[in-house]
Ligand binder design. Structure first.
Ligand SMILES: [Zn+2]
Length: 115
């Protein structure tokens, strides 16, 4: 298990963390746990922000969860409701995440040595 965990963002149902050692991202949301590399994280984020929530709610007016988010496993599709999608988006809009996106990974492990 990763021990060098940095919390990037937190919401009621979960959190987005990053391991500063193996450079992987962990998204914990309710009973779901995702592990992403940088590319996978960006893809997930792009997908999340491109979802047409109104479309899915019209097409599949299921009262509980009707917004599909595909996983990396082909036969596994996760479904969320509007509120959950909003929370997931919040994780990627937080200050820490934005800040992280503006610095390189090397900056995080940087150790200042004074002569
Ligand atoms: Zn790690």
């Amino acid at each position: 298990m990763c021990k060098n965990i940095k919390i990037l963002a937190k919401v009621k149902s979960g959190e987005l963390t990053m391991c500063t050692k193996c450079k992987h991202f962990h998204l914990t949301f309710n009973n779901i746990f995702f592990e992403f590399n940088q590319e996978e994280l960006d893809q997930f984020k792009d997908y999340l922000f491109a979802i047409d929530i109104d479309y899915w709610e019209d097409q599949y007016p299921c009262p509980k969860r009707n917004i599909p988010v595909p996983s990396l496993q082909k036969n596994l599709i996760l479904v969320f409701n509007r509120q959950e999608i909003a929370e997931l988006k919040q994780l990627f809009s937080g200050y820490s995440y934005q800040k992280f996106k503006n610095i390189t990974l090397d900056d995080i492990d940087y150790t200042l040595v004074l002569n």
